[in-house]
Design a protein around this ligand. Structure first.
Ligand SMILES: NC(=O)c1ccc[n+]([C@@H]2O[C@H](COP(=O)([O-])OP(=O)(O)OC[C@H]3O[C@@H](n4cnc5c(N)ncnc54)[C@H](OP(=O)(O)O)[C@@H]3O)[C@@H](O)[C@H]2O)c1
Length: 259
């Protein structure tokens, strides 16, 4: 399914890419279901979307809460049959400076939000989308899904998992009339990038990244990956002998400050 979409669910809509996409999709005769945790920021985005003419419902929910997500999503879908899901909520962390490894709890939390949270967003709506035989699902991964980065194992694992989930769903759901776009952006400005200390090659503005993602979703692209030099670099490191890829990746020092 391609744009225009009359009903969309967007997670991580309280800031960054999700907030920009919410505003971009808002308009008359559009219903938006917006999910985030920060009630104040979420209400701010909802207000902007309503001013553009959209009907908006918000949920201050943790995407890792499977029961809460299922209840809210199915109730929203009953009122506003969903045509577009943007599973975008995400969190990032990494190793502390000088630390030899990332603590297990930090790794599993990222997997709970970035991978299980996407499943919690998509799976409850699959029966309705397949029954209606239409809809589009956009799954936000990252170029970090293309090759593990040594200083953020949990983030890379979660994004590789979510990318694989989207790539697996796509050919399966296409037979039911439901399209899947797997989104792998490189760096763009946002609250998440504000906590990043290290190089940010080919950095996009948040607005430019949102325009790029929206354009890809609207024309039904199966993969939305940018910027090309970074995508090619990550793919090269994955295809190269592991020793060479590891050596290149180790030089790419960065630190992600705690939220
Ligand atoms: N920025 C980059 O360079 C970059 C690059 C590649 C991929 N990405 C991915 O793009 C997506 C959007 O990131 P962003 O850069 O726009 O970051 P952001 O400004 O920090 O936005 C992240 C959003 O996810 C929400 N979120 C985080 N944990 C959540 C949870 N447990 N439950 C519900 N919502 C949660 C946040 O809501 P609250 O603040 O209300 O909790 C916020 O709305 C993420 O999946 C990220 O991994 C970002």
């Amino acid at each position: 399914m391609r744009a225009p979409f009359r009903s969309a669910v967007i997670t991580g809509a309280s800031s960054g890419l999700g907030a920009s996409l919410a505003v971009a999709y808002a308009g008359p005769e559009v219903a938006l279901g917006l999910v985030g945790r920060d009630r104040e920021r979420l209400d701010g985005v909802a207000g902007t979307c309503m001013a553009a003419g959209a009907v908006v419902e918000t949920a201050a929910l943790d995407v890792a809460d499977d029961i809460g997500m299922e209840q809210w999503l199915t109730a929203f879908d009953r009122e506003h049959p969903v045509e577009l899901i943007i599973a975008n909520a995400g969190t990032s962390a990494g190793t502390d400076p000088g630390a030899a490894f990332e603590p297990g709890a930090v790794t599993t939390r990222q997997i709970a939000v970035n991978l299980v949270g996407v499943v919690n967003t998509v799976a409850p709506l699959l029966p309705a989308l397949c029954r209606r035989g239409q809809g589009r699902i956009a799954i936000v991964a990252s170029v970090a899904a293309l090759r593990g980065l040594p200083y953020s194992p949990g983030y890379c694992a979660s994004k590789a998992g979510v990318r694989a989930y989207g790539e697996a769903l796509r050919p399966l759901l296409e037979q039911q009339g439901v399209g899947v776009s797997v989104v792998c952006p490189g760096f763009f400005t946002s609250r998440m990038t504000d906590r990043w200390e290290g190089p940010t090659p080919f950095l996009y503005s948040g607005e430019r990244a949102a325009r790029r993602v929206k354009r890809g979703i609207d024309c039904g692209r199966r993969r939305i990956e940018f910027p090309l030099p970074l995508v090619l670099g990550m793919r090269f490191c994955d295809l190269a002998p592991a020793l060479l890829g590891d050596e290149i990746m180790r030089r790419f020092h960065f630190r992600i400050r705690a939220a």
